[in-house]
Design a protein around this ligand. Sequence first.
Ligand code: AKG
Length: 240
Amino acid sequence: MTNLVPPRLLQTCVSTADRHMPLRNGGPSYNDISPGYVASSANRWHLSMHKCRNEPAKATLAECERLWLDDWIPTFLRPGFSRTQFQLLRSEPGPGGADQGFHQDNSRRGLTVLVPLCDVPVERGPTQLLLGSHALTGAGGGRRGRRGAGGGAGLVTEAFDNLGAVLPRASLHAPALRKGDVLVYDSRVLHRGLENRDSEARPCLVFRYDEEGCAPPGHGPLSTVVFRQIGNALALLARL
Ligand SMILES: O=C(O)CCC(=O)C(=O)O
């Protein structure tokens, strides 16, 4: 959605986030500033706001949430859903950077809401989405059945069963975003953060919502590897 976050609220979010992580390059290391940053891979840093004890900071950042939480998240998710993730994510440019691996945020229905705290042109490594791939899993909806439980072989079988239907429809998109835009996607959509080839970092807020009984990510080591490869294959075919 374009231009959803009003400039004043966005500016408050930016300055609050800036106190927890430097939004520009060249600052001291994250752990000097805010213990709790976790590097998920080279040049990608996450700070869970669920663990952050600074309540005013959390409240300010969560103010954004009112823009989507009451009105339309309930039109997609069943009652009883909850926010399961709230984090600051920063992907940096520089040596060692690479595209993230394709993954689902949850193998069952959920929503991911990403709020860029800066403009994200293509060279700054936006989120790349394989549209249509949500149909690989969770088509029956609801809690995990036996097949989807634990993210093991059952989930892989489910994905392969659905691959024939997904293949002709899958398409690859990495939309450039403007500060103030909000990117929302079904948590089952295979996606990844692209390498940041710019000179500036890409900071964003990530909010995730999941239905009751569908705790994320619903994947284990086996399905994580298989789904990454399915993503690579679908992306390759989508480019043809
Ligand atoms: O970097 C992005 O845009 C996507 C982030 C993501 O999917 C993740 O960290 O799990």
